[in-house]
Design a binder for this molecule. Structure first.
Ligand SMILES: Nc1ncnc2c1ncn2[C@@H]1O[C@H](COP(=O)(O)OP(=O)(O)O)[C@@H](O)[C@H]1O
Ligand SMILES: [Mg+2]
Length: 345
């Protein structure tokens, strides 16, 4: 971790533009909401080419609403960490505009960084420092005055209070991750990024983390998390964005997305091949597969009625017999593939 002298940020108090400048003084736990009209994060036409020449981001446009929980979904290598790292000032951007609460991450970097907290994907906390010192120091880095009461609250929320005098290197992996979260919250960020927060963590930490995320949101903090677990997005997010190969493929309300995702396919392997789907089965919108040896029925798992019973009844009535059947639920991978294919058409 780079240790900027804490004094360097002493002059970084935002010269608040009207409506966006937030003072934490006098606020309950310091999480005062900003004007919802200003997006918490606004990214426009952002590209990133790594030195290798690899284009990790390819014209990303994304707007995160103030106070929402936004899940950024994408397979490995999609560009999630790159995007987050740029917003957080860790990776230099290419072309494009990135703003946090209306402030430019280049021009107004002191302001934007002090408003952002990042829980990184990788663990790299092996120091001799104590939990308390590390978390308090982290607050100082952003030019915030010491606030032991806030640090205590954060440590208690993360069940780290008993460990406050322990050296980081003596902690378990799960505890270290809790420390990373505590560090990210030490300076009372307005926008919190969690990069794959639950990859490989135990159930208890996962539960605590989501409880904390919800309580932060209740205090007006905007949360952006990356994940490739669809269940996680389903459980937590207000909106979901899908990124693939450095492009945002879709941004949608969770409910709408889950409706799209919750599909199953029933494949019936026929005793006799068909040349076409018979007229009397038209309403089921079946597809022929395997050179007419299989019929595929796609249905929403959300609906109360799947239509499977009627389908089987109608098949029998049409004299179509099958010797085997299988069902498949669309996986996130399928959904990515579908989304990308739709995009390319
Ligand atoms: N420092 C780097 N130099 C070159 N390529 C990189 C670097 N960091 C990431 N990449 C590449 O950029 C792509 C996006 O990576 P990343 O943003 O980490 O994706 P994600 O977090 O979605 O898995 C990947 O193909 C990765 O290999
Ligand atoms: Mg990543």
């Amino acid at each position: 971790m780079s240790r900027e002298p804490a004094a360097s940020s002493a002059s970084s108090a935002p010269q608040g533009r009207s409506g966006t400048g937030v003072s934490s003084q006098g606020q309950p736990p310091g999480y005062a909401p900003v004007s919802p009209a200003v997006p918490a994060v606004s990214v426009r036409g952002l590209t990133k080419n790594y030195d290798s020449g690899f284009r990790a981001l390819d014209g990303v446009d994304l707007e995160i609403h103030s106070g929402e929980i936004f899940a950024l979904l994408g397979p490995n290598g999609a560009g999630k960490t790159t995007l987050i790292s740029i917003v957080c000032g860790i990776v230099t951007p290419g072309e494009g505009i990135v703003e946090v609460d209306g402030y430019d991450i280049g021009r107004d970097w002191r302001v934007t960084r002090s408003r952002i907290g990042l829980v990184p994907q990788e663990l790299s906390t092996d120091s001799f420092e104590t939990v308390w010192a590390t978390v308090s120091f982290s607050r100082g880095l952003f030019g915030k005055a010491p606030d032991p009461a806030h640090i205590e609250r954060v440590l208690r929320d993360l069940s780290l209070w008993d460990k406050r005098n322990n050296q980081l290197r003596t902690l378990s992996g799960g505890m270290k991750r809790r420390v990373l979260i505590a560090k990210a919250l030490a300076h009372e960020p307005r926008v919190l990024f969690l990069d794959e927060p639950t990859a490989g963590v135990d159930v208890e930490l996962r539960r605590d983390m989501w409880a904390l995320v919800r309580s932060l949101r209740a205090h007006g903090v905007t949360i952006i998390l990356t994940t490739h677990y669809i269940e996680e997005a389903e459980e937590m997010a207000d909106r979901v964005g899908v990124i693939h190969a450095g492009r945002i493929v879709l941004v949608e309300d969770k409910a709408a997305l889950m409706h799209k995702l919750g599909r199953k396919q029933l494949t019936l392997h026929l005793q006799q091949p068909l040349e076409r789907v018979p007229e009397q089965l038209a309403e089921h919108e079946l597809e022929l597969a395997a050179d007419g040896h299989a019929l595929v029925y796609t249905f929403a798992t959300q609906g109360e009625r799947t239509g499977v019973t009627r389908l089987l009844h109608d098949l029998a009535a049409a004299g179509i017999r099958f010797h085997d059947l299988q069902t498949e639920q669309s996986t996130l991978e399928d959904i990515f593939v579908d989304l990308v294919r739709e995009q390319e058409q």
